[in-house]
Structure formats: C-alpha cells, structure tokens
Design a protein around this ligand. Sequence first.
Ligand code: NDP
Ligand code: BG6
Length: 485
Amino acid sequence: MNAENNCIVIFGASGDLTHRKLIPALYNLYKIGRLTENFSVLGVARSDLNDESFRDKMRNALIKHEKASGEKLDKFCSHLYYQSVNTSDAQDYGKLVPRLDELHDQYQTCGNTLYYLSTPPSLYGVIPECLAAHGLNTEEFGWKRIIVEKPFGYDLKTAHELDIQTHRFFEEHQIYRIDHYLGKETVQNLLVLRFSNGLFEPLWNRNFIDYVEITGAESIGVEERGGYYDGSGAMRDMFQNHLLQVLAMVAMEPPAIINADSMRDEVAKVLHCLHPLSEEDIQNNLVLGQYTEAQIDGEYVKSYLQEKGVPEDSNTETFMALRCKIDNWRWADVPFYVRTGKRLPARVTEVVIHFKVTPHPVFSQNAPENKLIIRIQPDEGISMRFGLKKPGAGFEAKEVSMDFRYSDLSGASSLLTAYERLLLDAMKGDATLFARTDAVHACWKFVQPILNYKENRGRVYEYEAGTWGPKEADKLIAKSGRVWR
Ligand code: NDP
Ligand code: BG6
C-alpha cells in the first residue's frame, strides 16, 4: 500500500537528521513509487532559508548520501518547501497557516498533515502547543499525525510530563513515537521466526533456554555528537529504547492478531514484567565503561574524554552490560544479558538464544552448546549451532552450524530502510511499529534506578577503544559459568 496524499512538515529541517535520514528516506520512497505525486515537504526551522536554498541543501545531501541524479531528483526537489519560524514563539507559527493551505490546495492533500519533530527534545512539548494555538492539530479537515523522535523524555518523570503536554493537544492515535530499531526488517523478522514456525516456540521458554544474550555493538565513537551524548550515555541512547524493544520482541507472548493494538499490548506486557532492580541488583549485575585512547590498525583513536563537546572529567558511560530478568511464567529465572557500547571491535547487533545442555552427557563432557544466533545487522541472518560427530574413531562431538542469510531471499535487495518503512507506515496510519506510551514508561520505570545510581557517580570502568568493554563485563557473565558468544 502506498502513502496517503499528505504534506510532511519537518521541524528541525536545517538539522543533521533531516538531511542525513529523513529526506533520503522520502526520496527513496518517491523513487520506487511509494509516494504519489500528491505530497509536499515543508521544512521548518529558525535558520534563514527559503524554498530555493532549502532545495539546494537537500539536493546536495541527496547527491552525497544517495548518489541521486537526473529527472527523479529534480522532480522530488520540486516538492520541497521551507518556512522559517521562531520555534519557541507561538505567534510565529501563524506563518504556517497560509503556507499549509496553499500546499494542501496545490497537491490536493485534503488537509492530511504529518508533523515530524526533529528538533532538540526541549521543543517536543512546545511545538504541539504552538500548533494547537493556530488550530493546526484538529482533524476536521484531514488527519493530523505527529512523529516524535527519541528521546521520549530524559527519565521517568520527564517522560510522564512530555506525555501530559503532548496529550493536551494530540490524542494517542495521532502520536507516532519513532524507534528506528522497530523499523529494521530483521527486528520484525524476530516475530515471524517465532510465531510462524511450530519448531521454535515450544522451546522458547525457561524449560529449554538457559540464557539470552543481546548485543548492540558499535565500532564508531560518539562522532560529532559528544555534547548530546554526554548528557545521555549508553543507557539512555541505546538501552532504554532500542535494546529494550529488541528484548521485548524476543520475550513477548504471541499477539492474537497483527495490528497496532494487539502487538503493542504484548510488548507493553512483557516490559512491565522486567524484574525491578534494587540497589544491590545494580551493584551486582551492572557494568558501566568508558573508552580510552588506543591504536587501532595503526591509527590513533582518541579517548571519550578527548571527544569534542565532552567535559574532561565526564563520568558518562559509553558501554554498559546488564543482567536482567523477566518475572513471568515463560521466563522466570532465565537471565537476559544485554550489552551495548561505542568503540567496540565490530558493528554487530545480535540476539543469541543459548539452549540448556543435555540432561546427561553420553558422549563427552564438553558437548557443544545449542545456540540460535539471530543477526540483526550487518549480514542479517540466522545461524543454528549444534553438535555432530567428529569424523573418525570414537564419539566426540563437534560444533556445526546451519546458516541462513537474509540477503539470499529474493526481494531482499529492495528492502526498505528503517526510516523509509516507518515514514511510510506513518503516512498510511499504521502505528504497529511505533512505541506506545505505556511501553515507553515501562522502559523508563525499569531504567530509573540505574539512572539514580549513575547520578550518584556509580562506578564507570575504563576500556581500551577497540576492545569488548571492561573485563568486569566478562566477569559479570562468568559469575554464573556463562560466556558472551
Ligand atoms: P540538530 O542539532 O542537527 O538539529 C536540530 C534542529 O532543530 C535544527 O534544524 C535547528 O535549526 C532546529 N531548532 C529549532 N529550534 C531550536 C532551538 N530552540 N534550539 C536548537 N535547535 C533548534 O539535531 P539532529 O538533527 O541531530 O536531531 C534532531 C532530533 O532527532 C534530536 O532530538 C535527536 O535527539 C534526535 N535523533 C537524532 C539522530 C541523528 O542521527 N541525528 C538519531 C536519533 C534521534 P535552527 O537552529 O535553524 O532552528
Ligand atoms: C541512535 C543513537 O539512536 O542509534 C546512536 O543515538 C546510535 O548513538 C544509533 O549510533 C545506532 O543505530 P544503528 O541503526 O546504526 O544501529
């Protein structure tokens, strides 16, 4: 299904996310015919740009990021417009009214408007109120939807406040909280793997699974975003949102049907079952780390403290590993080990399901473990590891692997990227892959004790850039005789 005719209003149109992700995603949707000719994009920010200069800026970004050229690029750019607005002055939003009227008329978009908040989070509460001051939130003339970028709040209290503010002017069905991990094809594939096969689900519980490992590793550092990152850290930047959403996909119960409510009910339910962390749990089950300088492949890599925008005495974690548990019948006593970090040896996001060993080892004491490795990125795929007989005399077992690569599926080359998929869904009114407010709050509720611990200058260990985090992370998992894959 294609997008409905609409006008997309991007707040923060002069910023990084707009030219690096949003405009390229819209361009690609246009190129493959998923956006009809009846759409327009109105960029909004304080910067002094106009339609022409905004188009030039976006054109250059598309040439750079997407190698775009030719008639499609020209036609796409002709749909782009810009309006400078002082984003914290409600009165100034009045400028949007005639601009939107004109665009809806010109593109026959029936008043359908998708607002995208790609600004500093401090404006997430302000923009809805300013739009409402001019009646730009009402659905009498076409639908009005609002996409909010992460972070949805800074902690549990601010997440609640943000919700209250947004709900004063937009109803829940109009709010789309974007977590781009949910837009990743292989995160969605977790659901299909689990719920469309009779093979896995009977084993997917505490009776057969020993532990679950979730890794979100990045080889890059904080790049140009040191200022933002220092106030955030790995906990808020990756764990509270992306990795807890992945955990929910691994652990949730099957939804009755696949629609936004049914799916999101199950996600919220399992997140509410996360075992609350006491101070003692945190001390025993959490490891925080920060990268130090290193030489990697002959190149000097600076430490986190040397990054632009980072205070020289920062205690912010660029790595975290946590052992957590889910209090329900399916998962009682099964540990989930989750780790994420910047400047690790590789970029890899994967889930590893470690199955219990055989009850009685007949052939050898060191029988290989059965593992299901679900690779989310890169080289998306699934690998099943199990033991078979080593050729030759005796009965020694050896680990073998059955591998499936997502790229081998026909059609895999035309997969939509996460932002393409999610923008398209929002334009179709499908909120299934967007975070619902109860799930977001459940995540903050779980994370809040860790944030309190961090605030009291919880210990952050050092690790050399290019390694798998502090050795304490290995000790954390080794305590119970287990290992990271
Ligand atoms: P930038 O700092 O690059 O851009 C911010 C934009 O907001 C600019 O267009 C700026 O333009 C505008 N703006 C409007 N009002 C203000 C104001 N009062 N103060 C500062 N800027 C203002 O941020 P990003 O594009 O990187 O990120 C946008 C949002 O998306 C953030 O909330 C970020 O956390 C989130 N995000 C970003 C990701 C990324 O990869 N960049 C990834 C995931 C989330 P002007 O000054 O002209 O008004
Ligand atoms: C963003 C974080 O939300 O996700 C970044 O702010 C991180 O710090 C990025 O690098 C990771 O996304 P992906 O899709 O590259 O795994």
